[in-house]
Design a protein around this ligand. Structure first.
Ligand code: TNX
Length: 535
């Protein structure tokens, strides 16, 4: 008898387990998706009911998202009765939600409004892939429990090398939102253009936002230019509008004001900020410039503080990205002001001079209760524990992690989507790229944020991020084709808890691709056409 009972118990367990896990179409893959009884048909008459005023905007956005699928914009009501009910439950963590579909309807419960928004993004994908029936879209019963692996899931857009309009930036944010990304890192300044209005320093946009022409072809070999001015900037009003737009989609905008290198547009606007008394032009080539901010002069720090004061008022983010990357030391070595600073401060060398600079600027952030993010080069002359390292160079990985600082992973061979996405870029017409580097979808998908780390070190990895540098990307169609579908792969690397499986991802991507199509979003088809991995 006992044996039989054990057998029955085992069979039951098997049946339950078997019934539980279901294949889902959602990207990034949820933590758990279990089958549930029944189904529900969402019709144009379905109501989105919210139990909390904080959820109204998300419900409205959702109604817009699925309007095409349903042929109508769903009504949003503030009560507890609707085909789709959204509510909050503080016992769930910040970004955790459950999504239940049964014959009674759809229920999304989130730890915060952001989490409910993620649940709606999942539902949007389910609807897009759902069965079209007479009355609307039929969804199979399911119980989803979901939360992300890491807290910072970022995507960066470089608007300095090429300018993109407010409308385009918003569309980029929409794309990020589909993938449950929660940070938009906005690379606003570089040698080739300054893009944010700073009222105290009007030349930054008057002079710094325009370059007279742009190099044609690869930087390392070309000496021809297109003869066409390129420029653009965002007014403070436009910036605030974008920050609000992103916030409604639970995306925080982290601005990057790259310093003390990558500053030629600034030097063109205010030449006294450089080490030598000379005039500069907004840079028309790519690559790294030797001309950087002078760290010896006090006026440099006054300038930086003046800029940051306005940046603080535009961007409520806890973090401000200060760049700190690729800053050659050549000018500092010859500059009497910089050398004097090194002596007076008892610094060992120019690496420590950069640290001195970063520390001083970090203090300006701290005064306003903000924290600094910098590219991994900030570790060279020593950094404070409070700084977050954005890791893009593999060579600095071990050192950065050993320091114990917070780290955001953006390793270039996994996360730099300006790289070619096919192994045979020329026959696949990918256009030019900064260097001969390849990042296929499969490679992007293979990023494991905790690889090689001890479990005790996992907590140092605050997040993952995809970066789009735009030296060779001048229009928004190319922005999208570069970004997708690789962003989907990084999104899953940052979100999905548990084993990942590329083939299953590829299956789900077929559905996501249909959603892109419906939204008029462009994406690269190399992977779908089976040509991305051909050597
Ligand atoms: C490195 S990543 C850069 C960018 C370039 C990019 C091109 C980083 C901090 N600096 O300035 O645009 O490579 O791939």
């Amino acid at each position: 008898m006992k044996k039989i009972l054990t057998l029955v118990a085992a069979l039951l367990t098997f049946a339950v387990v078997y019934a539980e896990s279901v294949q889902t179409v959602i990207i990034p893959r949820p933590m758990e998706a279990n089958s549930a009884k029944g189904s529900y048909t969402i019709s144009p008459k379905s109501v989105v009911a919210v139990t909390d005023a904080a959820l109204v905007r998300s419900a409205e956005l959702f109604a817009e998202y699925v309007a095409k699928d349903l042929g109508a914009t769903l009504a949003v009501e503030q009560n507890e009765k609707g085909g789709i009910v959204l509510s909050l439950d503080k016992s769930l963590s910040k970004e955790e939600y459950t999504l239940t579909i049964s014959s009674k309807g759809v229920q999304i419960v989130g730890g915060t409004p952001a989490a409910v928004f993620y649940g709606l993004q999942s539902l949007r994908q389910l609807i897009s892939a759902g069965e079209v029936v007479k009355k609307g879209i039929k969804l199979a019963g399911v119980e989803i429990k979901d939360k992300p692996l890491v807290g910072h899931r970022g995507v960066m857009l470089d608007v300095a090398r090429h300018f993109f309009t407010v409308a385009e930036v918003k569309r980029f944010i929409d794309i990020a939102a589909i993938h449950k990304m929660n940070v938009f890192h906005w690379h606003l300044t570089d040698d080739q253009g300054w893009r944010v209005e700073i009222k105290k320093y009007p030349n930054l946009v008057k002079v710094g936002s325009k370059r007279k022409e742009t190099i044609i072809g690869r930087n390392s070999i070309s000496n021809t230019y297109d003869g066409t001015p390129h420029g653009g900037y965002y007014t403070q009003e436009e910036i605030k509008d974008i920050v609000k737009y992103a916030a409604e989609r639970y995306i925080e905008v982290i601005p990057e004001i790259d310093m003390p290198g990558h500053m030629v547009a600034t030097l063109a606007s205010y030449p006294h900020l450089g080490c030598r008394d000379e005039k500069f032009e907004v840079r028309t080539r790519w690559g790294i410039s030797k001309d950087v901010l002078c760290v010896g002069k006090e006026s440099t720090f006054e300038f930086v503080e003046g800029v940051l004061d306005e940046v603080f008022s535009l961007f409520p983010s806890k973090y401000i990205h200060l760049g700190g990357d690729e800053c050659p030391r050549a000018r500092w070595k010859e500059c009497p002001h910089c050398q004097k600073r090194i002596q007076e401060e008892g610094l060992k060398n120019e690496d420590e001079l950069q640290s001195y600079f970063m520390h001083r600027v970090e203090k300006m952030l701290a005064k306003h209760n903000r924290k600094m993010i910098g590219w991994d080069e900030i570790i060279y002359g020593g950094i404070n524990k409070s700084a977050t390292i954005m890791l893009w160079n593999d060579r600095n990985r071990a050192k950065a992690i050993s320091l114990g600082n917070d780290v955001i992973l953006s390793p270039k061979y996994f996360c730099y989507i300006d790289y070619y996405q096919t192994k045979r870029p020329y026959s696949n017409k990918e256009g030019l790229m900064f260097k001969e580097r390849i990042l296929t979808l499969r490679k992007a998908y293979s990023l494991n944020p905790f690889e090689g780390l001890q479990p005790s070190e996992y907590g140092r990895i605050r997040g993952v991020q995809t970066n789009l540098w735009t030296e060779y990307i001048a229009d928004f169609e190319r922005v999208q084709i570069k970004t997708l579908p690789r962003l989907a792969a990084t999104a899953e690397a940052g979100w999905t808890i548990g084993e990942k499986n590329f083939d299953d991802f590829a299956r789900r991507l077929e559905h996501l691709r249909r959603l892109y199509d419906k939204c008029g979003i462009r994406y690269a088809t190399y992977f779908f056409d089976g040509v991305d991995e051909i050597e």
